[in-house]
Write a new protein. Sequence first.
Length: 350
Amino acid sequence: MTEIHGNKRYLRLPAQQSIRVFEAAARHLNFTKAGDELALTQSGVSKQIKGLEAFLGSALFVREGHQLALTESGKILQQRASQALDLLQLAVDEIQGSQPLLRLQVPPTFAARWLIPKMGELKQSKPELDLHIETTWMRKITDIVNLKGDELALHACLDYTDKDASIVKLRQEWLCILASPAYLEKSEPINSAEDLIGQTLIHTRLDGHIHWQAWNDLLGEQALERKGQEGIELEKEALDVSQGYEFETLDMALSAAENGIGLVVCDVFYAIKALAEKRLVIPFNMPILLGLDYLLISKQPSKGAMAKYQDWLVQQVQEDETQLVQVLRELGIDANQRVEAFKKVKKRLN
C-alpha cells in the first residue's frame, strides 16, 4: 500500500512502538534492559521484535553465544531508526516550545575553574540546550556513577570498571607542582625535588593525598636514588606527604596556593591563566605527570542534545590544551614530556 502526501510517497511503515522497542533493544543489545527502559516485559520486547522482523521479511538480531548482535539489516535499521526518532523528538520539542534538558554532573573545581567561565560562550553556540549543572562534592575516584537517561557525568577516576555505561575519555590530568611567587620568596630555595622536604604541602581531602603521593612515588624517590648514586650522604628524612593543609576541593587548594600558603600538586589545566599571569609558577624544571582520567559517562551512547554538548566539551578541552602547551613552552616546560604517575597508587587502591 502506498500513501501519498503532496508530492511525497511513503511505503507502508511499521508501527512507531515497534521502532522504539527495536531502537532500545539495538542500543542495549539486551531485551531485558530494553524492556526496563520502556516499561515492558522481556517477552513483550521479543514479541515486538518478531513482529517487526516479520513485517520487514528480514532478521534483525542474531545470538552469538549468550550475546545478542545486530545483523546487517539490523545495523541499517538502527542507524535510520535513531535518526528518525531524534527528528520526531525535535519536532515535538519545537511545537511544545520546550528545549532538550540535559543534566550534567561535574566535579566542583571543573565547574568553578573551567565550565562556568565558558557558559556565555556555550549559550551563544548552543542556544537550544537547556543545561542543568550539578556538582558532585562527595564522589570518590573509586565510585561507580549511577545515572538516569538524560544525565551526563564527568568523573575523575582510575580504571573505571562499569562495563554497562557509555564512556568517552575527555582528557587526563597533567600534574605539576605549583606555588605562588610570594611563597617562594619566603621559603628556602626550591631548585629540585630534594628541596621539597620540609615545605608546606597543600592537599584535597576527599581522596586523601594521592596526588602528592603519586608525585613522590615517581620523582621524589628517583631524586633520592640519584643522590645515593652520586655518593651524597642521604638523610633519613624523606618527603612527608601526610603533612600540610587539607581543603575540601581542588579549587580551594589552588586558591590557597595562589595566596602563598604552600605547594600543591595540581592539574595545570586549571591554572592556565594563573601560570600565564605568573600568579602561580612551577618552581623547578620537572616532567608533567599523567594523573586521573576525566571520563564522560552516560547510561547510553549520547545522541541529540547530549551528543551536541559532548562534542562541544571535547572541542573546548582540545583548544584549551593547545593553549596550555603554548603557556608551558613559554615557561620552559616541555608539554610532550609526560610520564604515567599513578601505577603505585592503583596498586594501593586495588
